[in-house]
Structures are given as C-alpha cells and as structure tokens.
Design a protein around this ligand. Structure first.
Ligand code: NOJ
Length: 526
C-alpha cells in the first residue's frame, strides 16, 4: 500500500450506537466496539470510520455535537477512545473520526451563550427568516425568545455555524489537532459543501411537489468558493502530522463536475462517491457513473472512495429488492411495506454489488452490517422511530432508522448478542435476524460474511486491485465488465439470461451455471 494509503483502503463504517453494547444499556459504546475489533480484523479492513461519539443530545444520532473534544458518557471516556485507537492499531486498523463543522447542537456552550445574547455572530441569526428549507424538511429557521431567528440547514436542534467568524475557524483547527494528537488517521467531514452561505442569503426556489430539495439543485449554501481555501488550510494541518493523515468529504452530487474544484490542487484528498447508491440496478446506469467518476479521478490525480451503503440510505438488500423505478425516492410509501421487497433478489444483487465495489479502482467504504447482508428494517413502530426526518417531513419520508438497527452478533432473539444482557436495544431488531448473525455466518461457507472476507483477502493479494486504472469490456447491454492489469476481469450480469464467460474463476457472488454467469451474479476472473 502506498504512502497515501487512503487511495485504496477498505474502510469500515462504525455507527457506534448500533455496533456493540459493552455495558448493557441498549446502546452501543466504545468498549463494545473494542471487544468486537477482531470481527474487523478478520474481515481484513484497513481502517474504521467512527460516526460521531461526542457528547450530544442525540437528536440527530450524534450529528448534533455539544462538545467536539470529548466522548459522550453513554459511549465511554477519552481513555476508552485512546484504548480503541491502540487496540485497532495493534490489529493494523487505522481510526478515522467524523468531524461535524456545519452545525453543532443547541447544547453547545457557544450556542447557549448565543441564546443569552453573547457571541450570536458565531451563528447565523437574523431578524427575519428567509425561505430556505431544512434538509430534513420544514423551514431552516427557528425563532428564539427575543424574536430573532437562527439558521439550521438540518434539524432545529442543529444550529449552523457562521464560518466567516474567525473564532469558529480557529476552534475547528483546534478540534482537528485535538484528535490528530490522539492518533486518528483522518477525518470524515460531514456536509463538507455547506459551511459557507452566500452573502445576503438569497432565496431558493423550491421545486413543487417535494418536501425536500433535490441533491443537485444549485443553492446559495452549497459549494461556495470560500470552501476551497478552508480545505487547503485543513490539508496543511493534516500534512503537519507524521503518518499520512487524510480527510474524506461528505458531498452529495449528481454531476461529477461539482466535485472537480475540490479535487484540483491541494484541497481535499477525497470526496465520497455516492453516485451508485441512487442508481437503479442497471448495467448501463452503473457504467455511466463509473465511467464519469473514473475519468474525473484520472484527470485530477485523485482516487475514488466508493460507497454502496451508509447510515443515511436504505440498505442495499432492500434497495435492490424493490421495483427499481422506485430506488431514487425511497419515501414512506415505498419503504413501509406498501411495495414488495424481494429479499432473495435483493440479496443476490447486493452480493454481486459487493464484488463490483471491491473490484473498482480506488477505495471502498463498507457500512456496518452490509457485510452480513442485512436488509432495511421496515417495520419499526412509528413511536420508536428516532430520525428527525420522519416527523419533520410529516412522515412522508420514513427516515433512516431502518439502516441503523443494532447488529446481530449471535443467538436467535433480541438483542442477538448486541449486548450480553437481555435488553431491548435503542432501536428494536426484527424477528428472524438470528440467521444473519456474525456467529451463524462465520460457520457457513456460502454466507455473505464469507464472501466479503474472501473478496477482501483476494483484493489484498491481487496486484491489479485497489488504486489504478480499468479497461471496459463489451459483453452486451446487460453486462458490466472491465479488465484490470495485470490479469483481472470483473463481470456482473444485470440481465435475466445467463451469459457465457471465459477465464479462471477467482470468486463468484453466487452459484455459476457451468461456463455461464447467471442473472444478478458477479464473477472475478483471472
Ligand atoms: C450527514 C450525516 O451523514 C447525516 O447522518 C446527518 O443527519 C447530516 N449530515 C447532518 O449532520
């Protein structure tokens, strides 16, 4: 692996509240995570990215930070964090943490001061709101007691920082150094494209018929030019530390050109590529995304961090198991069981997608539980849903709880080994998850967990995989196929009919039909 290890790293996303519960309170924590690090080591990942674990009211799962330099007592202590970095390091696993610079929590001391009228200019207060909408639905403004309004592009509990205030800039530099000094390998930057708002806060036309603004709309609070300078300064901080520290930015875009300015020059090392997630299961649509993204990476000298799942989108198995015309807009009607989910089809496709992900040039992010082939949990009772998006959109969007359900580790009943004691986890798990648990799957040669382990081991061994180039192969409109040098071919059959292939099989996502590659199946060939 090169000095710029992130260019081809396999990174496993840990959503700490749902990974493993070490103290039996029904919520995951750092001790639980440390006790399960061998799972990550056996999977063979290079790094883990830890979603927020900072003190927080958890109004948005911890993306509402009350203190950027500590650990929420429910998750443990700073000593536990240091222990995690050391224990992961002993297994050759780096730790990336989430930094949330667009907004904090209403509980942050500076926002509490602002409510008392002190230092309001660290936030965006106005006498009158404009028409901006929250990303979670509803107005992006909330009024405080003395009549002023503050801006929150997400939940009302998440006031946006004013990035034109020098104290905000300096505070985040300190936060970066605080975690770098504790040995983190880098940062995942939350909503990295929204920090600066255009002067004068010009109005935005909201398209009719949707409670949410589409990801690609050009809006005056996204991709402002000041960001480039800021990220250059962050990069300089990272480069001041030994051991190659990195950052990966969360920026959603549909058009690859949005990414170009960030990737050119000495700014952000990487921007997540989420573009396969809203793509329906189609060879042509997948190929377009991969071609455009890869071309840009080659032109800018970057490498692509590919993502097929995270804590914000419906899980792959469910996404690929519904009518593919609905994949782009998983509203409540879609996700609440009013459409049919074919879990067998979804699982088959998700396994094929995993082999595609791990064969693509660049790095690969795996969301916890995707290595187990977990489906979205669709039947969480409304009263137990926690995602603010659910209520803020008047339940039109079901929200993201279904992909955040605690992992099943063992056993046949809740909490499925998530905790050692019989506790009801913070989000209930569905019936029947016993067969998907880590314990069951590691005993089963044909399991999704085994497929991931083998694929990751093969990717580490094979000189063609990881960072680099690809050459497209033509096998008809339903097949996605490329070659990587030396001596590696990937084929995915998106069509209904089996297709012929030649070569020696290194790995397949499902049973092969002699010399034929069946429907919804991927194969790695030498
Ligand atoms: C993106 C995070 O991934 C998501 O979970 C969160 O709700 C928003 N940013 C706001 O921080």
């Amino acid at each position: 692996m090169s000095a710029e290890w992130w260019r081809e790293a396999i990174v496993y996303q840990v959503y700490p509240r749902s990974f493993a519960d070490g103290d039996g309170d029904g919520q995951g924590d750092l001790r639980g995570l440390i006790s399960r690090l061998d799972h990550l080591a056996e999977l063979g990942v290079d790094a883990l990215w830890l979603s927020p674990f900072y003190p927080s009211p958890l109004a948005d799962g911890g993306y509402d930070v009350a203190d950027y330099r500590d650990v929420d007592p429910r998750y443990g202590t700073l000593a536990d964090f240091d222990h995690l970095v050391a224990e992961a390091g002993r297994r050759g696993i780096r730790v990336i943490v989430d930094i949330v610079p667009n907004h904090c929590s209403v509980q942050h001391p500076w926002f509490r001061e602002a409510l008392r009228g002190v230092g309001r200019d660290r936030f965006i207060f106005r006498d009158r709101p404009n028409g901006w909408q929250s990303k979670f639905g509803g107005s992006a403004w909330t009024q405080v007691e003395d009549g002023q309004w503050y801006l929150h592009l997400f939940d009302a509990s998440q006031p946006d920082w004013n990035w034109r205030h020098p104290e905000v800039v300096a505070m985040f530099e300190d936060v970066l150094r605080f975690w770098l000094d504790r040995g983190v390998a880098g940062f995942r930057i939350d909503v990295a494209n929204m920090l600066f708002k255009q002067d004068g806060l010009p109005e935005v036309e909201l398209p009719a018929g949707t409670p949410l603004i589409p990801a690609d709309a050009a809006v005056p609070y996204e991709n402002q030019p000041e960001l480039l300078e800021l990220y250059r300064s962050w990069r300089a901080i990272l480069e001041g530390y030994p051991g190659a520290r990195m950052s990966v930015a969360e920026i959603w875009y549909g058009n690859a050109e949005v990414a170009r300015p960030y990737l050119t020059g000495d700014g952000l090392a990487q921007l997540f590529n989420f573009r396969l997630m809203p793509a329906p299961w189609s060879a042509a649509q997948f190929r377009t995304v991969i071609e455009e993204s890869h071309r840009l990476a080659m032109e800018t000298g970057g490498s692509i961090p590919w993502v097929l799942g995270n804590h914000d989108v419906p899980r792959m198995v469910t996404r690929y198991g519904i009518d593919q015309d609905l994949v782009r807009a998983p509203t409540a009607e879609v996700m609440l069981g009013q459409v049919e989910v074919d879990v067998a089809v979804g699982t088959r496709r998700a396994r094929a997608a995993a082999l595609l992900l791990l064969a693509l040039p660049g790095s690969a992010y795996i969301y916890q539980g995707d290595e187990l082939g977990l489906p979205e949990h669709l039947t969480i009772p409304a009263g137990e849903r926690r995602d603010p998006m659910f209520e803020r959109t008047a339940r039109a969007f079901i929200g993201r709880d279904g992909c955040r359900v605690p992992l099943p580790w063992s056993g046949q009943a809740m909490p499925y080994g998530f905790a050692d004691v019989p506790v009801r986890p913070w989000l209930p798990q569905p019936e029947g998850w016993g067969t998907l648990s880590v314990a069951e799957q590691q005993a089963d040669d044909g399991s999704t967990l085994e497929l991931y382990r083998r694929a990751i081991a093969e990717r580490r061994r094979h000189p063609a995989l990881g960072d680099g180039d690809l050459t497209w192969l033509e096998h008809g409109p339903e097949v996605l196929a490329f070659q990587r040098e030396p001596g590696f071919t990937l084929m995915v059959n998106f069509g209904a009919e089996p297709v012929p292939f030649t070569g020696t099989v290194l790995l397949a996502s499902g049973p092969l039909d002699g010399g034929l590659l069946p429907c919804d199946t991927a194969v790695w060939l030498a």
